[in-house]
Design a protein around this ligand. Structure first.
Ligand code: GSH
Length: 204
């Protein structure tokens, strides 16, 4: 059976969300977000940096949320939740799928580091302000793209599992401003999906 190494309130939610959307069976190893949990020799053997998500599937053990999602939809659903390469939306599917980790997550990571992970005496207000500005900038094209669409390429796709999850997290961190009305509605739409609700409530 598929096994997800998971921490609540992290990118690992993307993988559980996908598995719920696809109705696949899986088990979860719920790891506490602590040094003992993530940096244990056992977990470092799965991911040298001691991070999540990690997926195990028989002999396969794979990390990186984007790679895991692609792996599951190709190997277990014959390419479901993504348009075929000759579809007009395929290039935009790829674009938004990769925009998530490439552009949106770096400033979001910095915000999490500067507000939650570092002890207060090591936090830097300037770095935090820069990260917030950059996150807002990276979300603007997403907001613009969603002006006439329910999901990133129209229909729900795996790009939403990546970037939709990032928009949800950004909103939770208070980084989606009132001008980004399309993202606010998009986050609401996503939050109403039963599969998403399952993923977000897991382990909390
Ligand atoms: N690009 C990686 C990022 C993995 C990552 O940084 N995960 C975070 C949770 S969202 C983590 O495990 N952090 C633990 C730590 O930094 O020690 C992915 O998409 O899987």
């Amino acid at each position: 059976m598929l096994k997800v190494h998971f921490v609540a309130n992290t990118r690992a939610g993307r993988v559980v969300w996908l598995l719920e959307e696809l109705g696949l069976e899986y088990e979860v190893n719920n790891i506490p977000f602590t040094k003992e949990g993530l940096k244990s020799p056992e977990h470092r053997a799965r991911h040298a940096l001691g991070r999540v998500p990690v997926l195990e599937d028989g002999e396969v053990s794979i990390f990186e949320s984007g790679a895991i999602i692609e792996y599951i939809i190709e190997r277990h659903k014959n390419g479901g939740l993504k348009p075929p390469p000759d579809d007009a939306n395929f290039p935009y599917y790829l674009q938004w799928y990769h925009y998530c980790e490439g552009m949106v997550m770096p400033p979001m990571n910095q915000i999490v580091v500067q507000t939650l992970l570092l002890p207060p005496d090591r936090r830097d207000e300037v770095v935090l302000a820069q990260a917030k500005t950059l996150l807002t900038k990276t979300l603007m094209p997403v907001n613009e793209n969603l002006k006439d669409k329910e999901y990133l390429i129209g229909n729900f796709s795996a790009a939403d599992l990546m970037l939709g999850h990032a928009c949800f997290m950004a909103n939770r961190l208070g980084c989606v401003n009132g001008e980004m009305k399309n993202i606010i509605q998009y986050v609401e739409r996503i939050s109403n999906r039963p599969a998403f609700q399952k993923a977000i409530s897991l382990g909390v």
